[in-house]
Write a protein that binds this ligand. Structure first.
Ligand SMILES: NC(=O)c1ccc[n+]([C@@H]2O[C@H](COP(=O)([O-])OP(=O)(O)OC[C@H]3O[C@@H](n4cnc5c(N)ncnc54)[C@H](OP(=O)(O)O)[C@@H]3O)[C@@H](O)[C@H]2O)c1
Length: 286
């Protein structure tokens, strides 16, 4: 059995490749820049771009199952390429955004729904992983924490249930090494609800530094975010924070049901990545 991990350079994709290798599974891996992949020599790596299905021809030889990021604008041609290569099971990193009311009208919900629909319509076996907000979103604060000991935010009381990328990867590995999750779409979350302010406090606690939060207006926050993030994402991130003030995001027990283990906490994520907030080179964070 051979598994192709698309996006093995990513936080989740990298952890999926690692988890599969621990299970002695034959792994093939892609990136748009495969030279940046740091994987054992046993892993065959390929250059492939989700927006160019033909670029997957070599990577797909002999592959049974594929782990797929949903970052593609036109999923149908890619899914047809996977089917033509006799892939039998696709595990998609989707999002809990698809479960929100009016997901189809939401920018984020709609793009994941498009991919899920294309995979379902293909008739191939599928598993859709639907995580909520990632703990790794806090990595965006590393620069201001390292420099100023401060996190500027428009909605510090926004509530999330941040999930560790390794929890998502653990479920992906089970999906990719058995038929247990075929046809399932587990919603995944972290084990606890935390405001953004509590997340900043947790980071301070782990690195042994008192951190502050500076409250920004939406306009100030948008100006800051747009230096690093495309406009459409700036609007989405701010909308998500605004909507999350006073919210009670669902806490899923799917991770424990599937793996038999407790979910990793946000504190655990910070401990695993604390170098990020202590001035280590962010490129070494994974
Ligand atoms: N952040 C959240 O709270 C959240 C919540 C739910 C779902 N998600 C989804 O989770 C994903 C992010 O996961 P992550 O943190 O693991 O991401 P990440 O570390 O930023 O890595 C993204 C991966 O996607 C690959 N990729 C992106 N566009 C590609 C393309 N056109 N062709 C081939 N590969 C491509 C990248 O590969 P190369 O650059 O090496 O080619 C990279 O390996 C996104 O799809 C996001 O929408 C995020």
């Amino acid at each position: 059995m051979s598994v192709l991990v698309v996006g093995a350079s990513g936080a989740v994709g990298g952890a999926v490749a690692e988890g599969l290798l621990e299970q002695q599974v034959e792994v093939r891996a892609t990136s748009r820049s495969p030279e940046k992949l740091a994987l054992p020599a046993s892993v065959q790596t390929f250059a492939a771009d989700l927006d160019d299905p033909t670029s997957f021809a070599d990577a797909l030889v002999g592959v049974d199952r594929v782990f797929l990021y949903a970052d593609l604008s036109a999923p149908t041609p890619l899914v047809a390429t996977l089917a033509a290569a006799h892939v039998r099971h696709i595990v998609v990193l989707s999002s809990s955004a698809v479960t929100q009311p009016a997901a189809a009208e939401d920018f984020n919900g709609a793009r994941f729904l498009r991919v899920e629909r294309a995979v379902k319509d293909s008739g191939l076996a599928y598993t859709f992983l639907r995580p909520g907000g990632f703990a790794s979103n806090a990595a965006r604060w590393s620069w201001s924490i390292t420099r100023d000991g401060d996190v500027p935010l428009p909605y510090p009381e926004a509530v999330q249930a941040p999930i560790h990328e390794k929890d998502i990867a653990d479920v992906a590995v089970i999906a990719l090494t058995s038929d247990a999750l075929i046809g399932q779409s587990p919603s995944l979350s972290g084990p606890e609800r935390l405001t953004l302010r509590q997340q900043v406090e947790t980071i301070g606690d782990v690195i042994g530094r008192t951190l502050s939060v500076t409250e920004l207006t939406e306009a100030e926050s948008a100006a800051m975010l747009s230096r690093h993030v495309p406009e459409v994402w700036v609007r989405q991130i701010i909308k998500d924070w605004r909507d999350a003030v006073g919210a009670t995001p669902p806490l899923s027990d799917e991770y424990t049901r599937i793996t038999g283990k407790p979910s990793r906490t946000f504190r655990r994520w910070v401990e695993d990545h604390k170098g990020l907030f202590q001035g280590e080179d962010s490129r070494r964070r994974r």
